[in-house]
Design a protein around this ligand. Structure first.
Ligand code: SAH
Ligand code: DHB
Ligand code: MG
Length: 222
């Protein structure tokens, strides 16, 4: 089993199921040209996010960690015309690239892109008292996954879905002595998740062109 094989199989699946898409392809190209890190979800994962948001009949989506808005575009396409997606990004350069990519995709009216540290923006969102979110994608700094998850619980309705990226980290998540602060952040989240009665959750390991990692999927009970 190897990275080469995982990437080849992703390539095969993309060829079968994910046709070239001008807006997404341009977002990848513009993100690369601007020198953003190449850590967006893969096409098959983007399609998965869109399917999950659609299966949840999401009208209000919250994304934490925008980067160049690649996952944002996938998620926004699951929305009805009067839906909305709020996406949070701390890096002004990422935010600028994301804004252009969202506009080019024709999604500017659906997407509310906010610049700042997510923990600050989440407090502001809570204070605004808008409709609860139906779907949350957590994909920012891994050190703060546990607080992001508790904000997600506060800001969602019963029946909402919460998806968390990067929860396996090459399998290091199962190593309690791993010194990587990202892995320790995931482990703190896992402990909170295990004790959390308000959700039903599972964690899936994934391989593909982005290596060996995984997602947590949680459904808010009720
Ligand atoms: N969801 C994107 C990838 C996000 S990468 C996609 O799949 O296309 C993680 C992003 O989180 C980076 O752009 C990084 O700048 C941002 N980030 C890191 N720390 C943050 C914080 N404290 N608040 C908000 N965004 C943060
Ligand atoms: C990395 C990957 C991600 O999907 C992410 O959101 C942040 C970082 C990484 O591999 O470093
Ligand atoms: Mg990620």
């Amino acid at each position: 089993m190897s990275q080469e094989l995982w990437a080849a199989v992703d390539h095969y699946i993309n060829g079968l199921l994910i046709p070239p898409d001008p807006a997404l392809d341009a977002a990848v190209e513009a993100s690369r040209a601007a020198g953003l890190p190449e850590i967006a979800v893969t096409p098959t994962q983007g399609r998965l996010l869109r399917l999950l948001a659609r299966m949840s009949r999401a009208r209000n989506i919250l994304e934490i960690g925008t980067l160049g808005a690649y996952s944002t575009i996938w998620l926004a396409r699951a929305l009805p015309e009067d839906g909305r997606l709020v996406t949070l990004e701390a890096d002004p350069k990422h935010c600028d690239v994301a804004r252009e990519n969202i506009a080019r995709a024709g999604l500017a009216s659906l997407v509310d892109l906010r610049l700042g540290p997510a923990l600050d923006l989440l407090s502001e969102i809570a204070a605004e008292g808008q409709e609860p979110f139906d779907f949350v994608f957590i994909d920012a700094d891994k050190e703060n996954i546990a607080p992001y998850f508790s904000w997600a619980l506060r800001l969602t309705r019963p029946g909402a879905a919460i998806v968390v990226d990067n929860v396996i980290r090459d399998g290091e998540v199962a190593n309690p002595r791993c010194p990587d602060p990202m892995v320790q952040g995931v482990r703190r989240f896992n402990e909170a998740l295990a004790a959390e009665r308000r959700v039903t959750a599972t964690t899936l390991q994934t391989v593909g062109s982005k290596g060996y990692d995984g997602f947590t999927l949680a459904l808010v009970n009720g």
